[in-house]
Design a protein around this ligand. Sequence first.
Ligand SMILES: *[C@@H]1O[C@H](CO)[C@@H](O)[C@H](O)[C@H]1NC(C)=O
Ligand SMILES: *[C@@H]1O[C@H](CO)[C@@H](O)[C@H](O)[C@H]1NC(C)=O
Ligand SMILES: *[C@@H]1O[C@H](CO)[C@@H](O)[C@H](O)[C@H]1NC(C)=O
Length: 504
Amino acid sequence: MSPLVIVPLLFSLFLNLSLAENTINVQNYGAKSNGKTDSSKAFVNAWAVACSSTSPTTIYVPRGNYLIRTAYFNGQTCKSKAINIRIDGTLLAPSDYNVIGNAENWIKFEKVTGVSIYGGTFDGQGSGLWACKNSHKNCPKGTTALTFYDSNNIILSGVTTQNSQMFHILIDTCHNVKLQGVKISAPGNSPNTDGIHVKLSTGVSIMNSHIGTGDDCISIGPGNSNLWIEGIACGPGHGISIGSLGWKIEESGVQNVTVKTVTFTETTNGVRVKTWARPSNGFVRHVLFQHIVMINVQNPIIIDQNYCPNHEPCPRQGSGIQISDITYQDIHGTSATKTAVKLDCSKTNPCSSIKLEDLNLSYKDSELKEVSEYVDSNEDVAKQSVSGDSEESEGSGSNCDYRDKDSLSVPYLSRNDKMRHEMWFCVNSKPSCFGLKEFCLITGLNCSSYPSESKMKKGKKTFQLTMDYLKKKSDLKKQKEVYDEKQKASYALFGFSWHSWYLP
Ligand SMILES: *[C@@H]1O[C@H](CO)[C@@H](O)[C@H](O)[C@H]1NC(C)=O
Ligand SMILES: *[C@@H]1O[C@H](CO)[C@@H](O)[C@H](O)[C@H]1NC(C)=O
Ligand SMILES: *[C@@H]1O[C@H](CO)[C@@H](O)[C@H](O)[C@H]1NC(C)=O
C-alpha cells in the first residue's frame, strides 16, 4: 500500500473513533425498542448528556419501535452547539389519543441551536382522534407531532412523520432551518393534519419532500420571511397555503417566499393565499410561484381574501391584508373545476402587482366536449356548462352569461391552432363574463403585457399578463367611463375568476 492511500485511511479511522466517542445510544439510557415501554425519560436523559457536552455529539436511536409519551428537549443551557440525532427506528406516540390529546406538543425542541435529525419515523398514531373528530363528538384538540420553537440552525434530513393527531411538523419562531427529503403522510380525510406549518420564522427551506395529508401540505403563517420551498410532491391535501392570515389586527407580514418545482396531485388547492375578511395590518408581498404542475386540482391558483371554511359564520368585512407583488409563472396541468384561477381580493385593500405568466391550465378532459360544443356556437350549452358549476362561490362564475363572443377570441383564441385556449373572466357580484380587454376595462386593472394578436399568430400560445390596479384614480375613472358609455353598466371592481380551457 502506498503512503498516499494510508493517510486517508488513518484519517477516516480517526474520524470514526472520534465519532464513536461522542455517540450516545438511547438504549444505554433505558430506552426499549419493544414499542410498549415508555422511553420518554431515556430520550430526555440522553439529550441532557449530549447537551452538556462541549464537543459535537450524536444521539443514536437503533432500529425498533420506541413508545414516547411526550418528550421535551430544551437547549437553553446546552454547552453543545451541535447535536446530531441519528434515528434508525420509529418513535410511537401513545395510540390512545386521550393520553396526550390535550398536550400541545408530542415531541418538542425549544431554544436549541445546531440540532440535526437524520432519518427516523415519527408516528403520531392519530387515527383514533381523527375518527372521533370526524364523527363530530367532543374530542381533544390533538397534539402536534414534531415542533421546533425558538431555535436556530436546524436540519431535518430523511425524516418521516406520519399519522399525526394534528400538525406533523411545526417550525415556530426559528431562524435558518433546512428540511430536506422529508416524507409526511396521513390520509386525505384526517382533519387538521397539516404537513409543515411555518410561522414567525426566517430562512426556512423545505426541499425535495413528499407530503400527503388531510390538510395543507405546507401552511405559511404570519411573520415569515425568506422562505424557500422547492421540489415538493403534494397530495392528497389542501395544497400549499399562505395563511390563514389577518385574524388579528396586529399581525406581522409574510414576505420573500419562493415556491418552485412543485407537483400537486388531486389536491383541493394548488397555490393559495387565504385571509380572513376583517381588519389587520398584515401583508403578503414578494412571492414567486414557479414551475408548478397541477394534476386535477380543484383550485389551482387561488387568492381568497374572504376565507370562510366549512360554511362557518365568518367575518365579512374587507380583509386588511395587503397582497402585492405575487408572480405565478409556468404553471400548467389540469383543473378539476372550471375556475382555474380565482383571485378574490380584499374589497378594502385590493391586490396589486399580480403577475400571471405562462399559465396553461385546462379543465379536466371529461368536460372538454361540453365546452367545445359551446365554441361551435351553441350558446345555450355554454350557459349551462357554466351555471351548473355548483361548487363555486357566489358570483365567481355562477350564472355566467356569455356576452361578447368576439372579445373572447382576441387575442388568445387562434382558430388555426390545434389547441385553442379560451378564457373568460367573471367579475364578482355581477354574473357576467368578459374577455380580457373588456375585463381590464371594467375592473380598472392595468393589464399591460398580454401578447398581441400578431405574437399569437407567430405561435406564442402561452399567455402573459401583468395586472395592477391603476395608480391614478383619474385613469380608473376614465377607463370606467369609456366602458360605461359603451355598455351602460357598472361593475364591481374587486375580485374575479378566470376560466380557461384548452380546446381540441
Ligand atoms: C429572499 O429569500 C432567499 C432565501 O429564501 C434569500 O436568499 C434572499 O436573499 C432573500 N431576499 C431578500 C431581498 O431578502
Ligand atoms: C398546454 O397544455 C396542453 C395540455 O396539457 C398541451 O397539449 C399544450 O401543448 C400546452 N400548450 C402550451 C402552449 O404549452
Ligand atoms: C400600466 O402598467 C405599465 C407597466 O407596468 C405602465 O408602464 C403604465 O404606466 C401603466 N398604466 C397606467 C395607466 O397606470
